[in-house]
Design a protein around this ligand. Structure first.
Ligand code: PXL
Length: 281
């Protein structure tokens, strides 16, 4: 079994970051170590939240792991709270990334719908862009891509624009870039990706439902990463995550008692595990 580490916050309620990454990655048959970067009462889109910063725990944890000679097959990061935390992730890659086949998977979870999340600055976004340059795979949405490239966010675009953004993202160093939430025809939404080593593009779409829920980006990234670590191709992993995220949204819409936050990723898990079984042994 592969052993990975995911570095992101714990939002105690809100269904994002570690509270979705850990169950999804574990259900997919990958051992999931964690470094919690902060503990929040909820994620920052709630009107009020507490925030306990754990930055200074990170070096203590990783130093102890080094003394114990622990090793990992991958690191996966999501929401990071500060530029210092980005530097610590870079150090983690330096310390643990020399294992053969090591995968660095970065979800620059920091913005959506044209806006940075509460508390982030443009300088932070540019530094996240530098971290993405060290990755094997990055999974930004179009807002995050625009902030990392320092260009305006646009709501209407065509395929040539998406391809240009993908190439520019990989020119900053990432091997593969996958833009999430891409819609090039009405009623369809999915992923558009580029592998700078093979110079190949890949896209996959499924139904676009007329709703937008918080936390789908974290679910998408965790699922695609989990499948990739199980040995599925990157294309199959990215496509599975499109279908799983849609299934989570469908289950949420069916639930009369649904919350205003997060999606029902829990009851969609049987579909995920079944589909994963068709892709890997
Ligand atoms: O879903 C991304 C995310 C993760 N963690 C925290 C957040 C957000 C988005 O707002 O606030 C703390």
């Amino acid at each position: 079994m592969k052993r990975i580490v995911t570095i992101q916050d714990i939002s105690c309620v809100g269904k994002c970051s570690l509270t979705v990454a850990l169950p999804i990655i574990s259900a997919m048959g990958v051992e999931c170590g964690v470094i919690p970067t902060a503990v929040l009462s909820t994620h920052t889109a709630f009107p009020k939240f507490t925030f306990c910063d754990l930055t200074e725990e990170i070096p203590s944890i990783t130093d102890t792991w080094k003394e114990l000679s622990l090793d990992f097959d991958a690191v996966y990061t999501g929401y990071l709270g500060s530029e210092r935390q980005i530097s610590l992730v870079e150090e983690f890659i330096g310390d643990f990334g020399d294992k053969k086949g090591f995968v660095t998977w970065i979800d620059p979870a920091m913005a959506d719908h044209g806006k940075l999340y509460h508390g982030f600055t443009e300088a932070f976004a540019l530094k996240m862009g530098d971290l993405c340059g060290k990755a094997d795979v990055i999974v930004p949405n179009l807002t995050e891509a625009a902030f990392m490239l320092g260009i305006p966010y646009v709501e209407t675009y065509d395929e040539a624009y998406i391809r240009d953004i993908l190439v520019r993202l990989t020119e900053k160093g990432a091997k593969c870039a996958a833009l999430t939430g891409i819609s090039l025809e009405p009623g369809k939404i999915g992923v558009y990706a580029y592998n700078s080593e093979t110079k190949k593009f890949f896209s996959y779409y499924n139904e676009k439902l007329p709703v937008a829920y918080h936390g789908t980006g974290d679910i998408y990234s965790s699922c695609a990463f989990g499948a990739y670590m199980r040995g599925a191709s990157l294309e199959d992993s990215l496509a599975l995550a499109v279908d799983y995220t849609l299934e989570c949204i469908r289950k949420t819409m069916q639930d009369e008692n649904r919350r205003f936050y997060g999606v029902n990723f829990e009851e969609a898990m049987p579909m995920l595990v079944t589909r994963l079984g068709t892709l890997v042994k």
